[in-house]
Design a binder for this molecule. Sequence first.
Ligand SMILES: [Zn+2]
Length: 101
Amino acid sequence: MIACQTELTCLRCGAVTGHTIVYASLYIKYIVCNQCSFKIEKPVTILMKQYIQDLPKRAFALTLRLKGEAMSHPILFALSLPKRMLYKPIELTREFSEVCL
Ligand SMILES: [Zn+2]
């Protein structure tokens, strides 16, 4: 997961305070006020629904990107393919676990 810091108006404090925004994959999982710890969390069911809805679009974009790489740099593409085939399922599993847990 990735955490970013920003200034937002806290619903509990009623003032602009530092907040931590935590992302699971591409999605905001929760936002927490650094001052009072008030937390707004997106339900896992909604995160999973967004993730599953976006997967086909991401797969299509990946296909186009791979096609472009294969056409422009075929040898580099062929050399990188075994590593990608190994790591992509691991990456997707990691993303899915971040979204669901
Ligand atoms: Zn607060």
